[in-house]
Design a protein around this ligand. Structure first.
Ligand code: PDD
Length: 320
């Protein structure tokens, strides 16, 4: 079956736009065709890429990834994404000698797939390469496997702006959530639980404290103060999180990078999640209970508007 993903409601996939004829990714039974990807130093049709069954990414989830957003003219905070990519690799002792080529690879993927004028995401993943299965690192060291693709997606800003429901669950992940590891099983299972419950995100709680979500960071407003979990081994240092904190401080919103206890749930007047594709998404209910008055709150909307102003400014800088 050929599909151009068009489902109503929020679509979390990197979905084809399919309107302009440009940048269209054709899917057949969820297989991507007619797309140029990056694989181990070359740009090649996605459908022709062959990855070894002995790849350590496949066998052990021994790898890391990065996702950056293309705003029809520029990548948002590419420097931040490159820095995090390098940090993730360093933390797992993985060496990709061409790591600094990430911005050029991303740009080339946008160009080769005619995505210049289309909202897109670039995904890059680096694994420890293909070798006979052994827990120890291959010795002598082998080349990593590097795969990247660019895909259009629907930002769905209007729908996101109306607010999302979230569930809350025990954080069952490991203790190095600061590494953008491709090992995402707890995230996937929790996110699916959220979808099954008719919600769009799962908020994690570890030792009674709210950490982050299955694929986003979380911010909470209590008594006019904006809280988010501090950078630590229990959360990913989100690029959107970092920029939201910058904007909040510019706007003189009181900010505390302090973990909030799950027991304070009834004190929360506003909540929102942040990630590269959603930017800032209000959370209007948690476990079916309204947050505040059940509508996106003023702090959330101010930050959303300021974030969009930032993007608009960057767009005009790019055009001039
Ligand atoms: N996820 N926390 C987790 C667990 C995440 O997976 C993500 C992003 C974030 C937000 O990070 P950033 O603002 O840099 O996107 C926080 C991406 C979008 C993904 O896995 O597709």
């Amino acid at each position: 079956m050929v599909s151009f993903s068009n489902s109503p409601g929020l679509d979390f996939s990197f979905s084809p736009v399919g309107e302009t004829g440009k940048g269209v990714t054709v899917e057949i039974n969820n297989q991507i065709l007619m797309e140029t990807a990056y694989f181990n130093g070359t740009f090649t049709p996605n459908s022709e890429i062959r990855i070894s069954p002995d790849d350590r990414g496949f066998l052990f989830a021994d790898g890391i990834y990065e996702v950056v957003r293309w705003y029809q003219g520029f990548f948002y905070d590419m420097e931040g994404h490159l820095t995090r990519l390098k940090r993730s690799m360093k933390e797992i002792r993985l060496n990709w000698p061409d790591q600094d080529s990430f911005p050029d690879v991303a740009m080339e993927l946008i160009n080769l797939n005619n995505l210049q004028d289309i909202p897109s995401l670039v995904y890059l993943q680096v694994t420890r390469g293909a070798a006979k299965r052994s827990h120890a690192f291959p010795s002598p060291a082998i080349d990593p496997t590097v795969y990247a693709f660019a895909r259009s997606f629907r930002p769905q800003a209007e729908m996101i702006g109306m607010g999302l429901g979230a569930i809350m669950k025990k954080d069952t992940r490991w203790s190095r959530c600061d590494i953008k590891s491709i090992s995402l099983l707890p995230n996937i299972l929790s996110f699916q639980d959220a979808i099954d419950a008719g919600c769009y995100e799962c908020i994690f709680v570890r030792d009674g404290m709210i950490t982050e979500c299955a694929h986003s960071n979380i911010f909470l407003v209590i008594d006019g103060i904006l809280y988010t979990h501090p950078e630590s081994e229990y959360v990913l240092s989100g690029i959107t999180r970092k920029n939201v904190l910058r904007i909040a401080r510019q706007e003189a919103i009181p900010v505390r990078e302090t973990a909030v206890s799950e027991s304070r749930l009834n004190e929360i007047s506003e909540a929102f999640i942040t990630n590269t594709s959603f930017e800032i998404a209000p959370v209007i209910s948690i476990n079916n209970i309204s947050v505040g008055n059940g509508k996106p709150g003023p702090v959330t909307m101010l930050l959303r508007n300021k974030f969009h102003d930032d993007i608009a400014l960057l767009k005009s800088d790019y055009r001039s």
